[in-house]
Design a protein around this ligand. Structure first.
Ligand code: PEP
Length: 248
């Protein structure tokens, strides 16, 4: 139907030299790529140009971990979507749980970032997910669906369906805890139902402590089209092994 996507979110790790080394190992290991799977790596902003150069001859795509909702102006410390396109980015994360929690990004701000990214030609990866307390209170689908609805309301359903959505339970991100394949599939299927007909081919990723040892079962679920990997993407062999476990 479409290519699966495996994303490596490097978060705030590494020197430029380490970033280039990791990117070069991935470019070598991924060779000409894979007809069924696209690999994308998301270095810290400052390493994007060096990493883009290191993977230029490979099929690996580049993404950024955040973007400003504004296109230009007096926004000290911010990076616009146009700047990311200019540096070779194809994707950008919006609404990662760490940004929602630590930088107080509301669903409205996430929607503005989504629109700014798409308007500049980037493919936003909209991250959604519930906290442990919300899961224990049986609010998972309600929370995730409200996070998506906030973006649909501002950007339109058609535009959300042509982006990528990553379901990342907050309690599973960076904790070593993973949703069971069944828990993940239930939420992915609810997201697919929320998007309706237009979302039948929207790429839905699972993220939250994915490793080579748990990836195969997660990726085998019918509504999971790939993964968003944090910690395990910082180790080339492990990330390549995870990527190889994805079937289209
Ligand atoms: C992430 O950074 O989005 C993530 C899922 O991290 P980890 O794989 O380390 O849980």
């Amino acid at each position: 139907m479409f290519k699966s996507l495996i994303v490596g979110n490097w978060k705030m790790h590494g020197t430029a030299e380490e970033a280039v080394n990791l990117a070069s190992q991935l470019a070598e290991g991924w060779n000409a790529g894979n007809d069924a799977v696209e690999m994308a790596i998301f270095p810290p902003f400052i390493h994007i140009p060096a990493v883009a150069a290191a993977v230029a001859k490979s099929t690996i795509s580049i993404g950024a971990q955040n973007v400003s909702e504004y296109s230009a102006g007096a926004y000290t410390g911010e990076t616009s979507a146009e700047m990311l396109v200019d540096q070779g980015c194809k994707y950008v994360l919006v609404g990662h749980s760490e940004r929602r929690a630590m930088h107080n990004e509301s669903s409205e701000t996430v929607a503005e970032k989504f629109i700014a990214a798409q308007s500049a030609g980037l493919i936003p990866i909209l991250c959604v997910g519930e906290s442990l307390q919300q899961r224990q209170g049986n609010q998972t689908v309600e929370v995730v669906s409200a996070q998506i609805a906030a973006v649909v309301e501002r950007a339109g359903l058609h535009n959300v369906c042509r982006a990528v959505i990553a379901y990342e339970p907050v309690w599973a991100v960076g904790t070593g805890e993973t949703a069971t394949p069944n828990q993940a599939q239930q939420v992915h299927s609810a997201i697919r139902a929320q998007l309706g007909e237009a979302g039948q081919s929207t790429q839905l990723l699972y993220g939250g402590s994915v490793k080579a040892e748990n990836a195969a079962e997660l990726f085998a679920q019918p509504d999971i089209n790939g993964g968003l990997v944090g910690g395990a993407s910082l180790e080339a062999v492990e990330f390549l092994n995870i990527a190889k476990l994805i079937e289209a």
